[in-house]
Every structure is written in C-alpha cells, then in structure tokens.
Design a protein around this ligand. Structure first.
Ligand SMILES: Nc1ncnc2c1ncn2[C@@H]1O[C@H](COP(=O)(O)OP(=O)(O)OP(=O)(O)O)[C@@H](O)[C@H]1O
Length: 244
C-alpha cells in the first residue's frame, strides 16, 4: 500500500470495475474561479481515486492550467472547495506526496545546472541545514535516469533544448517520489521517442499505485495510460468519460 493510501481519507468513491470503495486523491466540489474578470472555472466538481490516471483536455483558454493551479492551492477559488488525500487544500501540508510539472514556458532557472534543478524536487524531503542523504542522492540519480537526462546533469538548464528542459522538469518532480503527480502538457516540445519513453515511465508509476493528473491537448502515446478523460469547455466540466 502506498503512503497516500494510508493518509487521511474523508470520502471514498466506488472503483469503476469492482465497485470497491476507493480513497479519493483529488476532490473538487463546485469550484468557481475568477482571475480578476468573469469566471475562468464554473462550478467544477469531480473526484479522482487514489491510483487513477486522469487526463484533462480542453481548448486553449478553457481553464485547464487554472484548474491545476487551484487544485495545488496556488489559486484561491471564489467559491467551492478542493482537497488532496482528504485534506482541504488550505490546510494541506504533506507536499512530499505531491509532484508538479508546470508548463515549461513558465519556468525560469537562471544559471542552475540540471542536477541542481532535479535536486530542488527533493526539498520537501530535506531538513534545513542537513546535507543531502544517500536516499536523496539516489532518488535524484534514479529520476535523471528515468527520463534519460543523466548525461546532462552538469549542463545549465536554460541552455538545453525545449524538449530536454521538459524532461528535466519531469525528473525534478520524480525526484520527490510523489504519490500524486500533476503534469501540465508534459508532451509539449518533446520528440516522439522521448514521448514514448515518458509514457513508459508514467505507466510504471501508475502501475505501482501512483495517481496521475495530466493536462493534455493530444494524448499521443499517453492515451494508453489514461483511465479517464475530463474535458473542460469554457471553464465548465463538459465531459467525464472512462476510457477503459
Ligand atoms: N493571471 C491571469 N489573470 C487573468 N486571466 C487569466 C490569468 N491566467 C489565465 N487567465 C485567463 O483564464 C482563462 C483560462 O486560462 P488557462 O491558462 O487556465 O487555460 P488553458 O486551458 O490552460 O489554456 P492553454 O491550453 O492555452 O494552456 C483564459 O481566458 C486566460 O486568458
């Protein structure tokens, strides 16, 4: 059983195949969000079971990134609630459980090396002023290997290609060994072989019980690892479909 599965649970939902009650990793209830103008999200409700892999789709501007940021507590909803692993987001503090791969275009790293960027993904596990432990170094090395960027460890992040940067950001999230991984368009700017390699990595994470919530325009090689597709249209949840 994963750590998240033992975390506090407020609510369960039935498994789509067996009907067994499953703990909820993400719970969104009637979320309405405005960013200074008319609502960007309107009355959005859904729950993601622990261990599920869910894709979030929608046209440009439909509110996908805003929903992700709201679920992570980076944006405060005008009304409604959300929780992670049963804890209301305003009180959630167990960030070791959570990984986040933002859209690459939003990330600036100045002169940081790839190794430093990936090591920053380990910070929720570290104590202040205590050097990295063997477990921290091992997790970073494994994350670099998993997305095929170990050879780039000493390179400057900003000087890599877009696709290489994207893989490093994924390695940063994996270094934290998260139970729940949010990815915002992880395939953007990555060539097909790298997309396939990423799909395999995410598939094995999901098989080992990790929950995945991925914003996508086109599922590409990730289609096979999605169990559900949510679709936003103009800030409303238009469709919530099982894919298998
Ligand atoms: N900081 C902000 N202030 C005001 N409006 C914003 C802000 N960020 C996003 N928006 C608006 O909110 C709406 C939803 O944006 P969001 O980035 O969530 O959409 P998206 O579905 O992720 O789009 P894309 O596919 O282009 O990444 C858009 O109309 C956008 O212009």
């Amino acid at each position: 059983m994963t750590a998240a599965a033992t975390a506090a649970t407020v609510r369960t939902v039935p498994d789509s195949d067996s009907g067994t009650p499953m703990s909820v990793a993400i719970d969104a209830e009637h979320l309405t969000v405005s960013l200074g103008g008319p609502p960007v999200l309107r009355d959005v409700s859904f729950a993601v079971r622990t261990g599920e892999s869910v894709g979030l789709f929608g046209a440009n501007g439909s509110g996908k990134t805003t929903l992700l940021r709201t679920l992570l507590g980076l944006v405060r909803p005008e009304s409604g609630h959300s929780s992670l692993f049963g804890t209301e987001i305003s009180r959630f503090g167990d960030w070791k459980l959570i990984g986040y791969v933002p859209q690459r275009s939003t990330v600036a790293m100045d002169a940081a090396t790839v190794a430093e960027v990936v090591a920053s993904g380990r910070l929720p596990h570290r104590r202040p002023f205590v050097p990295a432990r063997a477990a921290d170094r091992k997790a970073c090395a494994a994350a670099l290997e998993q997305v095929g960027v170990a050879a780039l460890a000493r390179r400057e992040f900003q000087k890599l290609s877009g696709g290489q940067q994207q893989r490093v950001l994924i390695a940063r999230a994996l270094a934290g060994e998260p139970e729940l991984l949010f990815l915002d368009e992880p395939l953007a700017g990555i060539d097909l072989p790298s997309q396939q390699a990423l799909a395999e990595t995410l598939h094995s994470l999901n098989e080992s019980g990790r929950t995945l919530f991925t914003v996508l325009h086109d599922a590409g090689p990730l289609a096979d690892i999605l169990q559900r597709r949510l679709t936003l249209v103009n800030g409303r949840l238009d469709r919530d479909e099982a894919t298998r």
